[in-house]
Write a protein that binds this ligand. Structure first.
Ligand code: SF4
Length: 318
């Protein structure tokens, strides 16, 4: 069924003629928001650095279930070979995107970044290089380096964590950057032909659905090429878990509220923006809240039905 939003799978098929899968890599670059004395990281950060499930030692059962065995998470060559083998075996696909997913993947001197990216790209003709990082970690030099990897056969994407378009919320979350820093980063990247994917969060207790819609409008104005929308979970080892009682409300949305808020965000999002993700999938080992959502397919179906019942499509409320 055609979704009332601009799906990532449609984009991949129109761009490459087929679905393309990601090889996720942990380059061990950590994050300045956790490392800097006194900053302590984002309230919701559990210290896994958004590492892919198969790269997390503490979730070895899932790792085995995926058939991928990993001995050294910073052995980039090994991670790539195992990821490629998995994609070939599971999807019978040769096309792949290289995804520096974990932590802040521009958190090093530019010479070191060049060594890391250069050697990783030697392993395969990746159709995309995707680098996930923070808005305050993409100075001109890093943007120039990333732009140097663009070729007719390879796109470069940078995934920027913004989470909210409200500076007060960003401050409460301890993000360590503001909206202006995001807008400037998106402009620097896009001026060089680098595509931008922005991560947003639905943040009950910090802001309402109207603010979430405002986040969709801000990233539309800043020209992001894609978005990933996440729901908040109460994860072990987070400040959020320690602090949520003082917030006076429970920061985890019900499925119904999630569906309503995502639909409102999509209705306020530029229809040209590719929608890569509409929910986070946390393993039970990581979060303490009960699992409130069914599987992803069912959640997407509910969002689509909710929008169709109202005659909504992506961007209709802009
Ligand atoms: S930017 Fe990412 S890795 Fe860094 S503290 Fe925040 S959530 Fe954690």
């Amino acid at each position: 069924m055609k979704r009332p939003w601009n799906t990532y799978s449609d984009y991949l098929v129109s761009r490459y003629g087929q679905r393309v899968y990601r090889v996720s890599v942990d380059a061990g670059l950590s994050c300045p928001n956790r490392d800097a004395a006194g900053r302590g990281g984002c309230a919701f950060c559990d210290g896994t650095g958004a590492r892919a499930v198969h790269l997390r030692e503490e979730e070895r059962d899932l790792e085995k279930a995926d058939g991928i065995l990993l001995t050294d998470k910073c052995d980039i060559a090994g991670q790539i070979e195992r990821g490629l083998a998995y994609i070939r075996r599971r999807y019978r696909s040769r096309l792949a995107m290289l995804y520096f997913q974990s932590w802040s993947n521009t958190n090093a001197p530019v010479e070191r970044l060049k060594t890391i990216y250069d050697s990783a790209l030697l392993h395969h003709d990746f159709v995309s290089l995707i680098v996930s990082t923070r808005p305050d970690l993409v100075p001109d030099q890093v943007c120039d380096l990333l732009a140097s990897y663009i070729t007719p056969d390879r796109d470069v994407w940078v995934e920027l964590g913004l989470q909210s378009a409200d500076d007060r919320t960003l401050s409460l979350l301890g993000r360590g950057h503001d909206c202006a820093s995001y807008a400037a980063a998106a402009e620097r990247l896009r001026a060089r032909g680098i595509k931008v994917c922005t991560h947003l969060m639905i943040l009950p207790c910090y802001e309402g659905a109207g603010a979430a819609a405002g986040s969709a409008r801000l990233v539309s104005e800043c020209g992001t090429d894609a978005v990933k929308i996440h729901n908040l979970s109460l994860c072990n080892g987070t400040r959020l878990l320690d602090d949520y009682r003082t917030l006076g409300c429970y920061p985890v949305l019900s499925l119904r509220r999630h569906v309503e808020t995502v639909a409102l965000m999509l209705a306020n999002l530029d229809p040209r923006i590719i929608v890569e993700r509409l929910m986070s999938e946390m393993t039970s080992q990581r979060c303490v809240n009960p699992r409130l959502f069914p599987d992803k397919r069912e959640v997407l179906e509910q969002i689509a039905v909710y929008m169709e019942e109202r005659g909504w499509v992506q961007g209709c409320l802009r």
